[in-house]
Design a protein around this ligand. Structure first.
Ligand code: DAU
Length: 294
């Protein structure tokens, strides 16, 4: 069944019809740039939607919380922006800096509040940047792949000095599976790839891979790099200490970034129809409105 998580009746019906004893909550508005243009959409889905889902679980599981589990999937952005060489730990104080991360931080707080107030059994995880197949090309890696393919400018925000910690999406999925089945109630687990890249270095790496795959001369795609106005309030660096999930649950990433990125590029080049389909219509309007201001 497909429904809006803000629709309390629809969500309650799902709990009634399917005798649900576990929830893995991934539904969210996720793109920082969109949250800068339309913060309320993020409050609606990420905060109101999460609380709607929490309420439905609380009501459905009332008096029978044993063996139930509400798993809330969140982001490392709730910890804010790093300006030294430290790493985010599960104990790092929340310091969200964008409307997106503020909405995710609020949803995390609600999950913990339901655990404390209504004894709802929960687990929570905060993950670093994902990459891989089926990633909507509003995000850095698929956007760059798509623009290189189409010989369009590669918009690098500011000086390209911002650092992100990249994890292959299937490794995130395996971490979620591990936490759901073996994590401890009430605990938070950070998930990350120990894989920090400055944006500009990552874009150059993608250009080199694409040159090879498309049979272009070395350095050809890099000519498309264009520095544009920085994102408002752009977080400088995110980096996760994933020691807890590794030590306590035995999870670690299964592949290196080199392998993951190569697989990712190959997936997009083999699925150009998908790319063309998702970048038609509303995407074009978003793209021209967002990048025209640059
Ligand atoms: O850290 C986890 C988060 O990673 C997730 O919670 C978010 O849902 C996800 O969108 C991602 O947030 P970022 O803002 O880090 O991802 P994004 O792909 O938008 O940008 C990655 C970096 O690249 C960031 O420093 C901004 C920069 N960038 C992005 C775009 C779209 C550019 O320089 N040019 C661009 O056109």
């Amino acid at each position: 069944m497909k429904a809006d998580i803000c629709d309390a009746d629809a969500v309650a019906t799902v709990f009634k019809e399917y005798a649900i004893d576990g929830v893995i909550h991934l539904a969210a508005e996720s793109h920082v740039d969109r949250s800068i243009t339309d913060p309320l959409a993020f409050v609606r889905t990420n905060v109101f939607g999460t609380v709607t889902l929490l309420n439905a679980a609380k009501e459905a599981w009332k008096g029978a919380m044993d063996g139930k589990r509400f798993y809330h999937v969140s982001t490392d952005e709730v910890y804010g922006s790093l300006h030294d060489d430290s790493l985010f730990l599960e104990t790092t104080p929340y310091d969200p800096q964008s409307p997106y991360s503020a909405s995710k931080a609020a949803s995390d707080h609600f999950v913990r509040a339901y655990g404390n107030t209504y004894k709802l059994p929960f687990v929570l995880s905060n993950c670093s940047n994902n990459y891989g197949s089926h990633h909507f090309p509003e995000k850095l890696i698929p956007l760059m792949i798509n623009n290189i393919r189409n010989n369009k400018p590669l918009p690098v925000y500011g000086k390209g000095e911002n650092v992100r910690d990249w994890l292959w999406v299937e490794d995130h999925a395996s971490a979620i599976d591990t936490i759901f089945h073996t994590g401890k109630n009430g605990e938070t687990y950070n998930i990350g790839g120990h894989n920090e890249w400055k944006n500009i270095d990552l874009v150059h790496l993608l250009c080199r891979i694409m040159d090879q795959k498309l049979g272009r001369a070395e350095g050809e795609s890099a000519k498309l790099i264009t520095y544009v106005t920085d994102r408002a309030g752009h977080d400088l660096r995110y980096a996760i200490d994933a020691g807890k999930i590794e030590r306590e649950l035995g999870w670690k990433p299964s592949i290196t970034f080199e392998v993951g990125l190569e697989r990712t590029v190959e997936w997009y080049l083999a699925n150009t129809e998908w790319l063309d389909h998702v970048t038609s219509g509303a995407y074009q309007q978003y793209y021209s409105a967002h990048y025209a201001q640059q």
